[in-house]
Each structure stands twice: as structure tokens, then as C-alpha cells.
Write a protein that binds this ligand. Structure first.
Ligand SMILES: [Zn+2]
Ligand SMILES: [Zn+2]
Length: 175
């Protein structure tokens, strides 16, 4: 497909892409579709790229369990320092203009980490709080971005939230 006009803009932020990759839990095809989805179908990803991105996501997954904004900021600064250079706009491969801040030569891990950390840093700065987190339903373990909601998010989905509420109601009724 050489028709650049068929390439759609990404529907998600890089933070939401990170969430999708972490929630893929190492499954290659889910990681690949998270990447492809974000690129609007404009790029294809090799097995090596998918593996590198999966590993990179695993190294930043701990940030979803950090509740302290000062700790999160320090960890994000560490990632940005080790993976990023000055931001630059690129339209490589004829795709839409987009931001890169990974250092050269190109490396999938640095590319993914720098973009993910920047998106988290911008989110933290814009909201003055940590919006992202891990689902509070015991046994779920999925992470969420917390974007698109006014109030703090506790569960990965409405489904997990209502399951916990129903379990509480059942427990209360049993007494
Ligand atoms: Zn790019
Ligand atoms: Zn959940």
C-alpha cells in the first residue's frame, strides 16, 4: 500500500500503546497488533522488533504500580535520560509527521521506551497526578492509562469494577 492518504492518524497516545503492549503479557501477536494499531497500519513489525518491544515494556511495567508522583517522575527522568535525545519530527517512510526522541542509531527498545516515557511524562505533567495504574480487582493484573476520565480510575474496565461491586454486595448479604 503506497497510498499515504490511506494511513490514518493514531487513535491512541503512546501511553495507551504501552498499556496495550503490557496487557499483551508477552503474546507476540497481541504486541504486534498494538504496534500496528498505533501506526494506523502504516508500518509492519519484524519478530525482532516485537520481541524487543515486549522486553522494553516489561522493564517499565513497574511504573504502573508506583503511586507516588515524585517516585514516578524520578523513574521517568531516568528512562528519558538513558533513551532520549532532542525531540525531532520525522515522516520516515512517507508516513505522517510524528515525534521521535530516541537516540541514533535506531534501536527498537530505545524507540519504545523513549516514546512511552515521554507520553507518561506529558500525562503526569498535564494532570499533576498519576492517572495510570493496575486494576484493583484481585487476580486481574491488567494495567490502564486512566486517560479519558475525569476522576481517578481504579479498575481496568467497567466489567472488573462491577464484578468487585457484586462480590461486595454478595458478601454483605451473607451477613
Ligand atoms: Zn517513527
Ligand atoms: Zn481488571
Amino acid at each position: 500500500m503506497d497510498d499515504v492518504t490511506s494511513v490514518s492518524a493514531p487513535r491512541h497516545s503512546a501511553l495507551e500503546r504501552l498499556v496495550a503492549v503490557v496487557n499483551a503479557r508477552g503474546q507476540s501477536e497481541s504486541i504486534r497488533s498494538a504496534l500496528t494499531d498505533f501506526a494506523g497500519g502504516a508500518e509492519s513489525y519484524s519478530d525482532d522488533a516485537v520481541t524487543a518491544v515486549g522486553r522494553a515494556a516489561a522493564t517499565v511495567e513497574a511504573l504502573f504500580d508506583v503511586g507516588d508522583i515524585d517516585v514516578a517522575a524520578a523513574q521517568l527522568n531516568d528512562i528519558l535520560t538513558s533513551t532520549s535525545s532532542a525531540p525531532r519530527l520525522s515522516n520516515h517512510g512517507g508516513v505522517r509527521w510524528h515525534l521521535h526522541l530516541d537516540t541514533q542509531p535506531f534501536d527498537w527498545s530505545r524507540w519504545f521506551l523513549s516514546a512511552s516515557a515521554l507520553s507518561m511524562a506529558v500525562t503526569l505533567s498535564d494532570h499533576s497526578r498519576i492517572t495510570w495504574g493496575r486494576c484493583a480487582r484481585p487476580g486481574c493484573g491488567l494495567v490502564f492509562s486512566g486517560l479519558g476520565r475525569g476522576s481517578a480510575q481504579t479498575y481496568c474496565s467497567n466489567r472488573c469494577g462491577s464484578r468487585v461491586r457484586m462480590a461486595k454486595r454478595r458478601a454483605a448479604a451473607a451477613h
